[in-house]
Design a protein around this ligand. Sequence first.
Ligand code: HEC
Length: 122
Amino acid sequence: MFTTPLFTRGSQFWIFIFLTSVLFCQSVLGDADRIAQGKEITFDRKKGNCLACHMIDDGSLPGNTAPPLIAMKQRYPELDSLVSQISNPLDKNPNSLMPPFGLHNILDEDEIQKIAEYIHTL
Ligand code: HEC
């Protein structure tokens, strides 16, 4: 069927290697991209606005009504516990000052997931 030299046995191997490396790069760069987007949403005053209350490395004019977001990976080894803290802090503390970003649909699930992935790198 395919008689062009492109599909001879030898080149199939190289096409396979090429596609595998493209997929690999996409997943690595994809993660970096999500973390960068997460940082943007975290700092955006109209989105996460997390700096209103939290000190975060690299953020300007932070508030101090909440604990600084540092050493998150050590203190929250499970990414999911960060997601639930952001989505619904009332679960852990019914009197929390922190807005329940998921429960009140302030941010969507993907935005919360990206924020958690970024916060997890701190
Ligand atoms: C209105 C203030 C306020 C805003 C805005 C806010 N938080 Fe919080 N946050 C708090 C307070 C207060 C706590 C302390 C625990 C509690 O009372 O729930 C907290 C706790 C946390 C914790 C746990 C901290 C720790 O040291 O264990 C994380 C993680 C967190 N917030 C992430 C975020 C993220 C991410 C955003 C933005 C999407 C955000 N917060 C926005 C007030 C805020």
